[in-house]
Design a binder for this molecule. Structure first.
Ligand SMILES: [Zn+2]
Length: 683
């Protein structure tokens, strides 16, 4: 056997230089360099991709990677702008050829991968897009698209391991990024897939390793058959950029607004939904009257819409989807709220059919639903269990319906139609659609290819299209969490889980001028924790969310209620910046107050949040390009804050709790904020 020959290929474009190393057995990502400042961003060789296959006869899983096992390896340089990498002859993957093209332009490399599988005995099941690795350092930060977005230092002790499904609560968008805080240079790694297909968004670093891994994995399609050749959906884009997470968000924003399929809205948001400022969460409110809501609104000082649960006679998460008949007292409540001009939105679930759908009885499950549930290759149904119980104390077993089926699409349409036309609600909240992960349904009798692909999102969007086309005027739909592929038909997403530490408002920076977000999960803060409350009162205003999703009984006991009311009233006053404006780069702030630290945020990692006392935002309204710089001191002491902002230099009148002038010179300003105060300038 001849010794492996090694040859390096430098892919250089703009300031980005990526070196690939070809050996006799494969290809690796050898190094990455920012040529403008001669900084090495990756200094040790890493694998470029991994892939998986299954032997159909035995169900044995085969794993392979770019570096080893390939008998034929070639890198073809067609021009300085176009490279093609071909790998084949892998003994574990006989008959499989991987072809990767890299197109170079500006500061960007665009990767495409195609897989040829001529082997009828194996099915390819998973393949990575090119893996972006970089050297971890304390000031090398990375961005994860969890919720509204999160940022961390890559050098955390103990390392990282995260893999989240896109779309789902764990990945709202299909991009990652890293950058250096000092040089303010970084690389964006985005999947520009307009359909989009189901993916897994992964980041990791082993505790003892220097290199940090950002990768996006594609579960492949037609996984029930051999010889399943296919192209990976979309384009994988690596782009060198100046700045930080905000600048990476703008690269994704530029792509989605130009190419993503979910950005061609079927109908504009109804005015009431667009301009709504606050939500009450009415959760099991038996005996609650419309007048009680009117009283709450009066106390709050702002009109608030209502999100109504438990309106159906069946128990929660049980006997789905048979929501009718509804409870008479809730029908009456909704009519009374309408008379008072208070908007109503009812809950339904968009995924689940109970396997015992009338008490302990299999009423329509087997006869109607079962052929259309999602299933594994061997026919096993995907079943979920929550806290709900049947009469005998056993957990309710809920099947996940296949969204491709006409039966499920018709059933959801029937329920939503009745809520709009018979009950008269203003909106229907269809739970789980943007929160739950796609299922790799392999039921051969369904009208979609087995495994991954674009069919899951396409099917849900087809279902939603079916619903909205006959929807009465001024009615609308919302769903849980914030995964972006479903927003063509949704006017608002429930941002309830945006209660983590290290959050940044990437999602609002990309989408706030396209759709609304609403609500924070205030019930997740243990013992009504006042630190958590104040942090997220402030963030929900600064991120442009419709505030609240507050339960009336919690509102009555709410700590720092005066501060909350002040912020909600400000949202109502300044609303146009948020619902008809754009989020600009938030100011960088440095204050002298104690940190807002708590261990009572049960939905945050380890229950911990740790934020600076003063938080700020910069928004621009569309009507006249006027800018709003908004600063909130969440701490109970007077605080001095240094501001660095993109807002133009000048001397501006301060409003709200601080009077006088704010002087911005060379992008910098100082302000002293009283305890629990708000100040803003309009520019
Ligand atoms: Zn299916």
């Amino acid at each position: 056997m001849k010794p492996a020959e090694t040859k390096d290929f430098r892919l250089v474009t703009g300031g980005l230089s990526v070196t690939l190393s070809k050996t006799g057995t494969g290809i690796s990502l050898k190094s990455i360099k920012d040529t403008r400042n001669s900084k090495k961003l990756l200094s040790e060789p890493r694998v470029l991709f991994t892939m998986k296959a299954v032997v159909l006869a035995t169900n044995e899983t085969i794993s392979a990677d770019s570096q080893t096992g390939w008998n034929f390896v070639d890198v073809i340089k067609a021009s300085d702008k176009l490279y093609t990498i071909i790998l084949s002859g892998n003994e574990k993957l006989s008959g499989v050829t991987v072809t990767i093209t890299a197109s170079l332009e500006g500061n960007r490399i665009t990767w495409k991968i195609s897989l040829v599988n001529d082997n009828s005995e194996i099915s390819l099941t998973e393949c990575d897009y090119p893996i972006l690795s970089f050297d971890s350092k304390t000031d090398n930060m990375f961005f994860s698209p969890y919720g509204c977005g999160e940022i961390y230092s890559s050098a955390k002790e103990g390392g990282f391991l995260s893999e989240q499904n896109y779309p789902s609560y764990g990945a709202s968008m299909q991009y990652l990024a890293f950058w250096n805080e000092k040089s303010r240079r970084g690389i964006y790694c985005g999947l520009h897939d307009p359909a989009p297909a189901y993916k897994k968004i992964h980041y990791s670093r082993k505790a003892d390793e220097k290199a940090f891994t950002l990768k996006i994995v594609l579960p492949l399609t037609n996984t029930d058959i051999g010889a399943n050749s296919q192209e990976l959906y979309g384009k994988c884009v690596w782009e060198l950029f100046d700045g930080d997470w905000y600048d990476a968000a703008l690269i994704y924003r530029d792509w989605v607004w130009n190419e993503a399929r979910w950005m061609t809205r079927y109908k504009p948001l109804p005015e009431w939904m667009k301009k709504n400022n606050h939500w009450w969460l009415l959760h099991n409110m038996d005996g609650f009257k419309a007048e009680d809501v009117a009283e709450l609104n009066k106390d709050l000082g702002v009109d608030s819409a209502t999100h109504i649960y438990y309106w159906h006679q069946i128990p929660f998460d049980n006997d789905y989807p048979h929501y009718f008949p509804l409870k008479q007292e809730y029908f009456d409540l909704i009519q009374d709220l309408k008379k008072l001009g208070i908007r109503t939105m009812t809950y339904i679930n968009g995924r689940l059919w109970d396997t015992k759908d009338r008490g302990m009885e299999d009423w329509q499950f087997s006869s109607v639903a079962k052929p259309y549930t999602t299933k594994e290759k061997d026919g096993t149904m995907f079943i979920e269990k929550y806290n709900s119980e049947e009469a005998d104390g056993s957990k309710v077993e809920l099947s996940i319906m296949c969204p491709s089926s006409a039966v499920w699409q018709e059933k959801v349409k029937e329920i939503v139609d009745r809520l709009f036309n018979e009950v008269g609600v203003d909106a229907v909240y269809i739970d789980q659609i943007a929160a739950a992960k796609p299922n790799l349904c392999q039921d051969k009798t369904h009208n979609h290819p087995a495994g991954g692909g674009t069919w899951w999102c396409d099917s849900y969007n087809n279902l939603l299209d079916h619903v909205v086309r006959t929807m009465p005027e001024n009615c609308t739909l919302t769903t849980e969490c914030t995964a972006d592929p479903f927003m063509k038909y949704m006017s608002a997403y429930l941002s309830w889980l945006w209660v983590k530490n290290s959050q940044v408002p990437a999602f609002p920076a990309i989408y706030s001028d396209y759709m609304a977000t609403f609500g924070i999960c205030y019930s997740s803060f243990k013992d009504n924790d006042g630190v958590c409350m104040r942090v997220y009162f402030a963030q929900s205003l600064l991120y442009g969310e419709q505030m609240g999703w507050m339960r009336p009984e919690q509102y009555k006991e709410l700590p720092f209620k005066g501060f909350y009311k002040k912020l909600v009233r400000l949202r109502a006053k300044l609303g146009e910046y948020f619902y008809d404006g754009r989020m600009l780069r938030p100011p960088y702030l440095k204050d002298n107050a104690p940190r807002m630290y708590s261990t009572n945020a049960t939905e945050a990692y380890g229950g911990i949040i740790d934020y600076a006392a003063v938080q700020g935002g910069l928004w621009q309204r569309k009507r006249d390009d006027k800018q709003l710089l908004l600063l909130i001191n969440t701490q109970e002491c007077e605080t001095v804050t240094q501001i660095t902002t993109d807002a133009p230099d000048g001397t501006y009148d301060l409003n709200s709790d601080v009077s006088g002038k704010l002087i911005i010179k060379e992008g910098r300003a100082n302000i002293t904020l009283p305890a629990l105060s708000v100040a803003y300038i309009e520019i």
